[in-house]
Design a protein around this ligand. Structure first.
Ligand code: BGP
Length: 467
């Protein structure tokens, strides 16, 4: 690509605490909602028994191996690294008044290590987990009390780390509650639309309060939201299909609308009426919502097709129920691959919000097989990432303000949706299988050297996607 990404563009990778750290009871950590989901975010929930197996209990043992992993990120040339703080390490039950010092000290060490290498931390406050006690005792975000608990947690971490962490995200994929309520908000899966939207409202208020706390306590920090940016295309040019696609995209854009404008969009009022949902929104809530985010962040993996006339083939019933597109291929897990869609989403979000954008997740989950020399030649991953990053470059040239790109899982980690180790995203291979067997040793894949070159050349080594 003849174009060079801007000097200040952030290059890195993204992770979540429950998918990498392990050490699920270390240093007084409380159980989290992820700890009772051994089969992944769409799987059955279990009660914890002594000695039972959840692959995330150890995950890739980042909790202890972070110095080696962060050194590898430096070798890759990362200028930033996205991680999440496990809320249950800081407030093991979630409703305590005082934080757990051991949990706070752990993240001090991580930030020290990143600082050593000049890697900028991008920190998510809540990534698909919360203290389990809050789900058990309060029905998760259905309870208004969680706003206060979350604000307390946010204030503690901004106070502790605000002088060194300047990039924050509130809730990972905040729109996921509409697809997987327990993962998104710790609420029972059989919650009614009324209960779900009230839980979402509490989260939106809590997010705005965290934004306010961040602005107060660390004025030179930037704080953004995080949405699952899976866009739907109309299957045909029939106006009904165009409108249907618009409505479906509003299901996730609604979150960005509230978080960046500070009030509910009118189309949601009509939707609530149709669903028979009456939200309890206090005057104080409306005031809180006015504190809006500094930038928009999102994950991007796939697109889908919708029609109000024709039945579309649904690619993965458990997941987002994306309809198939005859022009696109899918991954081994049925996720539709659409690099151009990333340019479309970037343009759409920039036109809608006029705020800087951050692509904080994108990547290919694939099975990697070691060749005869014990190496991993993951050309499929290189192709996928090349084609997507190329479109980020195109969007930058379209004039879209993109702050950075953190590909998902720069080091192999446990899959969120299926809890598999074999669904690998990394540039760094981790020797561990789905049963938890393996040495946990790390190994550089072919894509490691490719990404290193892309970062070093500021994108110049990206090649035009083959048609
Ligand atoms: C996003 C989540 C991540 C991550 C990613 C890939 O939705 O924010 O936590 O896991 O998807 O999904 P999976 O791990 O299921 O392949």
């Amino acid at each position: 690509m003849s174009f060079r990404f801007p000097n200040e563009f952030l290059w890195g990778g993204a992770t979540a605490a429950n998918q990498i750290e392990g050490a699920y009871r270390a240093d007084c950590k409380g159980l989290s909602t992820s700890d009772v989901q051994p089969f992944g975010s769409f799987g059955e929930l279990i009660g914890r028994q002594e000695g039972d197996f959840n692959i995330k209990d150890t995950a890739i043992d980042f909790y202890h191996r972070y110095p080696e992993d962060i050194a590898l990120f430096k070798e890759l040339g990362f200028t930033c690294f996205r991680l999440s703080i496990a809320w249950s390490r800081i407030f093991p039950k979630g409703d305590e008044l005082l934080p757990n010092e051991l949990g706070l000290a752990y993240y001090d060490n991580i930030f020290d290590e990143l600082e050593k290498y000049d890697i900028i931390p991008v920190v998510t406050l809540s990534h698909y987990e919360m203290p389990l006690h809050l789900a058990d005792q309060y029905k998760g975000w259905r309870s208004r009390s969680l706003i206060e608990f979350f604000e307390r947690y946010a204030r503690v971490v901004f106070t502790r780390y605000g002088h060194r962490v300047k990039h924050w995200l509130t809730f990972n994929e905040i729109n996921i509650t509409l697809h997987e309520p327990f993962t998104g908000s710790g609420v029972p899966r059989d919650s009614t639309p009324q209960q779900l939207y009230q839980a979402i409202h509490h989260q939106l208020v809590a997010s705005a309060k965290a934004v306010k706390a961040c602005h107060d306590l660390s004025p030179d920090s930037k704080i953004g939201n995080m949405m699952l940016g899976a866009i739907q295309y109309p299957l045909t040019s029939h106006p009904d299909d165009i409108f249907e696609a618009m409505q479906q995209n509003r299901e996730w854009l609604f979150f960005g609308d509230v978080q960046s404008r500070g009030y509910y969009p009118s189309y949601m009022m009509r939707k609530f009426k149709q669903l028979g949902v009456t939200l309890e929104i206090s005057a104080e809530d409306s005031e809180s919502l006015k504190e809006t985010i500094d930038f928009i962040s999102f994950s991007y993996y796939m697109t889908g097709c919708v029609s109000s006339h024709k039945k579309t083939h649904i690619l993965d019933e458990k997941m987002l129920k994306m309809g198939s597109n005859p022009y696109l291929k899918t991954t081994e897990w049925g996720w539709q691959i659409d690099p151009k869609g990333l340019r479309i989403v970037l343009n759409l979000l920039y036109e809608r919000y006029q705020k800087p954008l951050f692509v904080v997740e994108n990547g290919l989950g694939a099975v990697d097989i070691l060749n005869g020399n014990g190496e991993i030649e993951d050309d499929y991953r290189i192709d996928y990432l090349n084609d997507h990053l190329y479109q980020v470059g195109e969007a930058l040239q379209d004039g879209v303000e993109v702050m950075g790109y953190t590909c998902w899982g720069p080091i192999d980690l446990v899959s969120a949706s299926t809890a598999q180790m074999s669904k690998r995203y990394g540039f760094i291979y981790v020797d561990r299988d789905d049963k938890g067997l393996g040495s946990l040793n790390r190994k550089r894949k072919k894509s490691f050297y490719w990404y290193q070159g892309i970062i070093e050349s500021k994108g110049e080594l990206l090649t035009a996607p083959s048609e």
